[in-house]
Write a protein that binds this ligand. Structure first.
Ligand code: PBG
Ligand code: ZN
Length: 325
């Protein structure tokens, strides 16, 4: 005979005891957009409450982040000068290298993760070196080594290659190990789909491709078996964490990875997912705060131990308030 399951929902106390999933502030990684220049704090139109900062103003944001108990940030750079290969990305005085040094100096306990890619640095907006109008995998690997070494020398805590080049994790792992940076882990953007949910990010980071799309390197949203292959490749190449991106339309993929691999799974709750909730919230069509918390909870329930999200600060406020009451 089946039991009366509603007995388990009767009171707040019982529900709290039986809750299978809990969000914590320490689950979150907060993305930061850092622009070369001075005195910049510019809201991103399609991402309300998210700003681009110049380095001289980034501490305003970081004070809040640290105060709220957020332990990790992931950095995206917007350089002044772009070229065909994205060479600013491996300049020791480039925007991200400067940012890493400054943040580690001012907030030594904050984990600083660097996104490793070229689309913000190339004048064509693609994620690597072009050859016959497509990104050349192995030429891009050579530059990936340079970028990651510059970030390591600046003091980064973890690197996260997001370009979906084959063997990126292997090359990066090798470059780090060869240069005495064995302690720096690689978080692979292992399963990154070619998604239209990245639209607002590309406004934020000035990284939209000037022609074509990313279909020759990012994954086809139709594919599930291929996700396992991509994740297995990153495991074999030495990744410490596996990421799925985007999160919401890909909760099945998050669960597949969770069930198939022992490494921690991260999920990227991307810009378009953020923008939709914000837009509906601003219109009064949904309860923005509740939908935000339900969304983040569902990503964790699917199997993500780590959630990269533009909601990190707002969700931290909710979690901290609940703890206090
Ligand atoms: C660049 C990169 C992208 C995102 C993170 N790193 C965009 C893209 O692939 O075009 C998307 C993040 C977001 O939408 O929030 N390789
Ligand atoms: Zn890219």
């Amino acid at each position: 005979m089946s039991s009366r399951l509603r007995e388990n929902r009767k009171t707040a106390e019982i529900r709290a005891k039986l809750s299978e999933t809990q969000l914590q502030v320490t689950d979150f990684i907060y993305p930061l957009f850092i622009e070369e220049g001075t005195n910049i704090k510019k809201e991103i139109v399609s991402m309300p409450d998210i700003y681009r900062y110049s380095l001289d103003r980034i501490n305003e944001e970081l004070e809040e982040v640290v105060e709220l108990g957020i332990k990790s940030v992931i950095l995206f750079g917007i350089p002044l000068h772009k070229d065909a290969e994205g060479s600013e990305s491996w300049n020791d005085e480039g925007i991200i290298q400067q940012a890493i040094r400054q943040i580690k100096r001012d907030y030594p306990n904050l984990q600083v993760i660097a996104d490793v890619c070229f689309c913000e640095y190339t004048n064509h907006g693609h994620c690597g070196v072009l050859c016959n109008n497509d990104v050349d995998n192995d030429l891009t690997l050579v530059n990936l080594r340079k970028q990651v070494l510059a970030q390591a020398k600046a003091g980064v805590d973890m690197v996260a290659p997001s370009g979906m080049m084959d063997f990126a994790v292997r090359e990066i792992r090798d470059e780090l190990d060869k240069n005495g940076f064995q302690h720096i882990p690689v978080m692979g953007y292992s399963v990154k789909y070619c998604s239209s949910y990245y639209g607002p990010f590309r406004d934020a980071a000035d990284s939209a491709p000037s022609f074509g799309d990313r279909r020759t390197y990012q994954m086809d949203p139709a594919n599930r078996n291929e996700a396992i292959k991509e994740a297995q490749a990153d495991v074999d190449e030495g990744a410490a964490i596996l990421m799925v991106k985007p999160a919401l339309s890909y909760l099945d993929i998050i669960r597949d990875l969770k069930n198939n691999f022992d490494l921690p799974i991260a999920a990227y709750n991307v810009s378009g997912e953020y923008a939709m909730i914000k837009a509906a919230g601003k219109n009064g069509w949904i309860d923005e705060q509740k939908v935000m918390m339900e969304t983040l909870l569902s990503i964790k329930r699917a199997g993500a131990a780590i959630i990269i999200t533009y909601f990190a600060k707002e969700a931290a406020r909710v979690l901290n308030d609940n703890k206090g009451s």
